[in-house]
Design a protein around this ligand. Structure first.
Ligand code: GLN
Length: 200
């Protein structure tokens, strides 16, 4: 597939980076754990996993990773899932370190506490670009954020039935409130790889 020659990093400070790596390898892509700035060298794209965005922010600040990640993201595709989407955003309505790249604002823990985690089938028309499988995407939300507003130039990829935004794209940046790495469905990963191939 198109992603074959790609080298994709997964931010591995904390969270469910192993699941992203497993999915990337399943798709035949070289996947690398990223904890240090120099590990960004030679990558075609980066995934930031689910976890705890305040922990990402603290560790990335301690390890001098904030600016290297920002610089990387200005050139190359980044996809954030859940906490990763928060970390990618411009504004999380609180004072915490963020990359401030993608023009979205997010509301953390918008669905309440851990017990409020849920699963839902989403219609994601953009995924038709990578698969003829016209079935809904089964999305897992775990203490998930909502994307409560998007700037100009941000495309909404998926909404809940009530209209609230849970996936968006701005050029080579992708944000999902939910966790495609926790389902067997590779379409979101394929979508990100397609984006990354297009930039390479
Ligand atoms: N609640 C976490 C945060 O605010 C995100 C949870 C997740 O990544 N599953 O960072």
């Amino acid at each position: 597939m198109a992603g074959k020659l790609l080298r994709i990093g997964v931010l591995a400070l904390q969270g469910d980076f192993a699941e992203h790596i497993a999915m990337l390898r399943r798709l035949g892509v070289e996947a690398v754990e990223v904890r240090l700035a120099e590990q960004l060298d030679g990558l075609d794209g980066l995934i930031m996993p689910g976890g705890e965005s305040t922990t990402f922010g603290k560790l990335a600040s301690d390890f001098g990773l904030i600016e290297p990640l920002r610089k990387f993201g200005l050139q190359k595709p980044i996809w954030g899932t859940c906490a990763g989407a928060i970390f990618l955003s411009k504004d999380a309505h609180r004072d915490q370190p963020l990359l401030k790249l993608m023009d979205i604002t997010v509301e953390r823990n918008a669905f309440g506490r851990q017990v409020a985690s849920f699963e839902v089938d989403l219609d994601v028309p953009a995924l038709k670009a990578v698969s003829d499988d016209d079935v809904p995407f089964h999305a897992i939300f775990i203490r998930a954020p909502l994307i409560d507003s998007v700037g100009e130039g941000v495309q909404v990829l998926a909404r809940l039935e009530d209209g609230r935004i849970v996936a968006a794209q701005q050029g080579h940046w992708l944000a999902t409130s939910f966790h495609p790495e926790l389902t067997g469905d590779p379409r979101f990963h394929q979508y990100f790889l397609r984006l990354t191939s297009a930039q390479k």
